[in-house]
Design a protein around this ligand. Structure first.
Ligand code: PMP
Length: 444
């Protein structure tokens, strides 16, 4: 089918609107994952190149979504395209291992201090799931402690508590295990202990009180959906200490945050995990997940205590794509992204200050989030939006999109190596223009 040829004189969004109509017949809600941007309407992508996406209606966007932070080199990164094209001709999956999986595993083991061995899977969800299962197999305990509001994919125990609201989340020192979907089994909820990020005292008390049934503490060092806030080093230290004292494993979810640096997020923020879930950037734009960790913990995968398979695990296409993408992420490239990110966050903050606007910015390295809050949140409850704040986020989202900048709502925006300082200028200048258009006094 011919894509991306807007009809001369056609109305804006016309082709997308037609596709959306077709999609309504075959997909519930017209989409095949609920995370797709539908506000104010669906727009279909024709192609991506470098830092940009082009929709089928002829519009170009600077892509700060990067498929939810996956594409650290942007779209159509040549070394990945070449490697995948070559690999395709040799067949795309076999039941036997290939040299490619060893090469990608070696790269991860060489770079990430907490990763001495690896198992590959096909998604971040599976990586988190198998890390939790490994922790259970090692400890003979069922329970998982996790951070309120943090997103870890779709494994039942990892999903609990990601969607609480002031009505459901319970008292601050005893957060409820809020179900992630209607009908989630109470047996699952009973085995999840919710901790508030950066609340040291309550976290330590709750971990101690539940220690005998906890296999692991699942922790993303900078949880994106919960607010993309920096961890208090004392929080990570206290949680780790009480975990070690009680034979509970630390599982770091770095599916998103491995892009925090050459050695990943745990190394950056001073967390010393037993197991690490990885995904996104390590697949170079193809489906991937990986569980890594210390030799002693990873050994369980080689025993009868835990079974782990996966039809597409370690498929050669994802392996070569990931290897090329990660090889190109040299220390220099991480540093360059860090500098771009720092510069952008500083400019966003400066324009907020200049406008006296009720906004703030969080994030680090190549990641940022703009909050409609005067003070950047330090945990999920502070990041949670009231109706007026939600409207402010929608106005920002629409304004940026109308000016050619795609920014995920309620999640981390990310930079890619395909971006230049002029791309960063566009983001900063568009945000500044947005602030100029707002009348903050009248939206209380
Ligand atoms: N953990 C985190 C922190 C994530 O951000 C995501 C995906 N957004 C996942 C796990 C799940 O990964 P996937 O979508 O590949 O299953």
């Amino acid at each position: 089918m011919q894509l991306a040829i807007p009809r001369p004189g056609g109305s804006p969004g016309e082709i997308s609107a037609q596709l959306a109509q077709r999609a309504m017949r075959v997909f519930p809600g017209g989409i095949t994952r609920n995370t797709v941007d539908r506000d104010p309407g669906l727009y279909y992508i024709g192609w991506g190149q470098g830092a940009h996406l082009h929709d089928v209606d002829g519009r170009q966007f600077l892509d700060l979504n990067n498929n939810f932070t996956t594409l650290i080199h942007g779209h159509g990164f040549e070394p990945v395209v070449d490697a995948v094209t070559r690999t395709l001709r040799d067949g795309t999956c076999y039941s036997n291992p290939t040299v490619h999986e060893i090469a990608l595993a070696e790269l991860l083991c060489d770079r990430v201090p907490a990763v001495e061995q690896v198992r590959f899977v096909s998604t971040g969800t599976e990586a988190v799931m198998f890390a939790i299962k490994a922790a259970r197999a090692l400890t003979s305990r069922p329970g998982v402690a996790k951070i309120e509001g943090a997103y870890h994919g779709a494994y039942d125990w990892a999903e609990v508590g990601q969607m609480g609201s002031p009505v459901t989340w319970g008292p601050p020192d005893n957060p409820r295990p809020v179900p992630a979907y209607h009908g989630q089994p109470s047996a699952v909820l009973d085995d999840v202990v919710i901790l508030r990020f950066n609340d040291i005292e309550a976290a330590v008390t709750r971990i101690k009180a539940n220690a005998s049934r906890l296999a692991c503490i699942l922790i993303d060092p900078m949880p994106s959906r919960a607010g993309l806030m920096a961890p208090d080093p004392a929080f990570l230290e206290a949680v780790t200490r009480v975990a070690r004292e009680n034979g509970i494993l630390i599982v770091a979810d770095e599916v998103l945050n491995l892009r925090q640096g050459y050695e990943g997020a745990s190394a950056r923020f001073g967390l010393d995990p037993d197991l690490v879930a990885m995904g996104k950037i390590i697949g170079g734009g193809f489906p991937i997940g990986a569980i890594g960790g210390k030799r002693g913990s990873m050994a369980v995968f080689g025993t009868a205590l835990l079974s782990q398979g996966g039809t597409f695990s370690a498929n050669p296409v994802s392996m070569v794509a990931g290897l090329e993408a990660m090889r190109a992420m040299t220390r220099d490239n991480f540093n360059r992204l860090e500098t771009l990110g720092e510069g952008l966050r500083a400019r966003l903050q400066a324009s907020i200050k200049h406008a006296g606007a009720p906004f703030s910015v969080s994030g680090s390295a190549s990641l940022f989030r703009i909050h409609p809050k005067t003070v950047a949140p330090s945990e999920y409850r502070e990041a949670f939006l009231n109706p007026a704040e939600s409207r402010a986020v929608t106005r920002l989202d629409h304004f940026m999109k109308d000016h050619g900048v795609l920014m995920p709502k309620g999640a981390a925006s990310s930079l890619s190596t395909a971006m230049t300082t002029s791309d960063v200028d566009l983001v900063a200048e568009t945000f500044e223009k947005f602030l100029d258009t707002q009348d903050f006094q009248h939206d209380e």
